[in-house]
Design a protein around this ligand. Structure first.
Ligand code: FES
Length: 107
């Protein structure tokens, strides 16, 4: 899969089936906070899914959508990275990190 970081640099990553995108980002040293470690109690694992890919993923739960409403830089293809679990069908998935998330967390 390809993870585009907050500076716009693409990273080609190995995404093991069964791992969340948050885990994949952490394992590869990408700057994703994931403050609640996947408990759906924050929105700091916010990722923006490539629009071609968005419809191919399972839709977000209502709880995920509620959390996303609090995320800065929300886009129509925004998701919580901890709620996307890698499957074999996601070979080639492209997601990007919203560049301003970290700065807003400081405020
Ligand atoms: S890590 Fe907190 S909602 Fe995903």
């Amino acid at each position: 899969m390809t993870f585009i970081d907050g500076a716009g640099t693409p990273h080609d990553l190995n995404a093991p089936v069964g791992h969340s995108l948050l885990q994949v980002a952490w394992d590869n040293g990408l700057d994703v906070e994931g403050a609640c470690e996947g408990a759906m109690a924050c929105s700091t694992c916010h990722v923006i899914v490539d629009s071609d890919w968005f419809a191919r993923l399972d839709p977000p739960s209502e709880d995920e959508e509620d959390m996303l409403d609090l995320a800065p830089m929300l886009k129509s293809t925004s998701r919580l990275g901890c709620q996307i679990i890698v499957t074999e069908a996601m070979e080639g998935l492209i997601v990007s990190l919203p560049g301003a998330t970290r700065n807003l967390m400081l405020g």
